[in-house]
Design a protein around this ligand. Structure first.
Ligand code: AHR
Length: 533
């Protein structure tokens, strides 16, 4: 017989364990969805991409006249079809570091007259056989909006103005007429233009300090807007958080100097699993989120003083983000096969984490561009006679085809972990994350339909989760898509697809406030269904 006293002390122990969280493993996690708790409208441009003259992204990637899989214009049709699957609203071009010594006039007009140049950023020969008009034609085929970057490194503000004239002025002045002579009677009407690339970086050709960059960017913007008042301009924000440099100082100066002028500030982030520590690595999108919040505060401060007429406030464009660390050695950083990173399942989870973070910050992040589209740190990988989709293709495809409307502020209650100190990138400052939830969640609502994106970061545990609606009832069939694989290092290749999207059985929910779903270990799941009043 257990004595009364022993029973009481057992009770106390259970209560203590519950409070310390030790028993929480047996409880369901919770995700609360409230269609009234809205963050902001999701701008579809967060599903953008990037094509740079680097390695085999353009030549041997989207364009390869020598491939049997190319059409009469040299466009790789299989790559184009795969890119279409990503439903890319906006594509940045032509760089990247490349743009800081790119002179656009080299890449227009009759191909036989275009000069080959030394490409100094990534050490190639730039033949200039692919340029402005080829990219515009490609963008039309792909159904994406072009986003151009001007050269503020070795380029002049006059050259930037002339490019806008060539692309956007219908007729009359020299460069508009030149475009017509080149076979394009109608203007290209490029709306988005970035004022240089990573101008804070010592590696950038024509690198400037923040004050000098701001002056040059302001004058370039003036000439470009006088040429076409409808364009939107993106300032180069801080690209890297290097020990010894202060990226916040760069951003503060650029925002203060350009607060009346630009429409976006561009931020970049590349992460890597440098210490081969899964849990550190999959938490790295949270650092992007922290940086987003810091820059949002800086923008708000400047917007109080800004004179922008009826223009929107400045937004954030994460116009380069991805995983890039394996091909970071000297011999893989340049030349024909630069940056040909191969991706695995853990990389795909990090990409899903980035996309979740963009959704959770939909009020301020209005553009994002995965860097880059093909071969170079890319979701699509091609050789002359074949291509395959890398693991990171699948989460991006799911988001870009499903997650639209209003971003919701989902409440998440689940177990957490702390990371060690780790490095995001080789040159980056060390970071550490506490209380990282195993479930990383974003949600969107549109036309009575809710879409929930969930990364289960847990390596070996499915997390049974109650998904609860705070306003209205879940109803009908919920579609379930899952990106997963046998292990976190699983990769795809030409002849094997180990990681892809699997459509699971639908969940049937009958006018209910909640349903339960077990998110499998190391997976990304997208749930899609109706909420009725
Ligand atoms: O995307 C690869 C390179 O990364 C880009 O050229 C540059 O902007 C960044 O440093």
């Amino acid at each position: 017989m257990i004595s009364q006293l022993k029973l009481i002390s057992l009770h106390v122990m259970i209560l203590a364990a519950l409070f310390s969280g030790k028993l929480s493993a047996q409880e369901n996690a919770r995700i609360k969805i409230d269609i009234d708790r809205q963050i902001g409208t999701i701008n579809e441009n967060i599903y953008g991409n990037f094509v740079e003259h680097l390695g085999r992204c353009v030549y041997g990637g989207i364009y390869d006249p020598d491939s049997p899989l190319s059409d009469e214009n040299g466009i790789r049709t299989d790559v184009l079809e795969a890119a279409k699957g990503l439903n890319i609203p906006l594509t940045r071009y032509p760089g990247g570091n490349f743009v800081s010594n790119y002179h656009w006039k080299d890449g227009v007009g009759p191909k036989q007259d275009r000069p080959p140049r030394m490409e100094l950023a990534w050490e190639r020969l730039e033949t200039n056989q692919f340029g402005t008009n080829e990219f515009i034609d490609y963008a039309k085929q792909l159904g994406t909006e072009p986003y151009f970057a001007v050269n503020l490194g070795t380029g002049t503000i006059k050259e930037a103005q002339e490019w806008v004239e060539y692309c956007n002025v219908k007729e009359g002045p020299y460069y508009a007429e030149l475009r017509k002579k080149h076979g394009y009677p109608e203007p290209h009407n490029i709306k988005y233009w970035s004022l240089g690339n990573e101008m804070d970086g010592f590696w950038q050709m024509g690198h400037l300090n923040a004050e000098d960059y701001s002056k040059k960017a302001r004058e370039a913007a003036k000439l470009m807007r006088l040429t076409d008042p409808n364009i939107e301009l993106i300032a180069a924000g801080a690209s890297n958080f290097r020990p010894g440099s202060d990226p916040h100082e760069w951003n503060a100066t650029v925002l203060a100097e350009l607060r009346d002028v630009v429409d976006y500030i561009a931020l970049h982030m590349y992460v890597g699993n440098h210490q081969d520590n899964y849990y550190n690595f999959v938490s790295s999108p949270l650092v992007l989120e922290e940086r987003t919040q810091v820059v949002k505060g800086m923008i708000q401060r400047e917007m109080e003083k800004a004179n922008r007429g009826d223009r929107d406030p400045i937004y954030i464009a994460w116009d380069e983000y991805n995983i890039w660390y394996r091909w970071r050695q000297d011999e893989t950083m340049s030349g024909e096969r630069a940056l040909e990173e191969r991706y695995n399942l853990e990389d795909a989870l990090v990409i899903a984490g980035f996309l979740n973070a963009f959704i959770r910050n939909a009020d301020i992040v209005k553009m994002a561009n995965m860097a880059q589209l093909v071969n170079v740190i890319a979701p699509i990988f091609a050789e002359k006679d074949a291509m395959f989709k890398q693991t990171i293709y699948y989460p991006l495809q799911l988001f870009a085809n499903n997650m639209f409307g209003t971003a919701l502020d989902a409440y998440v209650d689940c177990e957490t972990y702390d990371t060690d100190e780790f490095f995001l990138g080789l040159a980056e400052q060390a970071t550490q994350q506490s209380n990282v939830p195993y479930l990383d969640v974003s949600a969107a609502y549109q036309n009575g339909e809710v879409v929930i994106g969930v990364v289960n970061r847990h390596l070996d545990k499915a997390i049974s989760t109650d998904i609860i609606s705070q306003e209205g009832l879940f109803d009908g069939e919920f579609e379930v898509f899952e990106v997963n694989g046998s292990d976190i290092k699983a990769e795809n290749d030409f002849d094997k697809t180990n990681v892809e999207t699997e459509q699971k059985d639908t969940l049937k929910v009958k006018k209910s406030e909640q349903f339960t779903y077990a998110f499998p270990p190391h997976s990304f799941t997208l749930l899609k269904g109706k909420i009725v009043k």
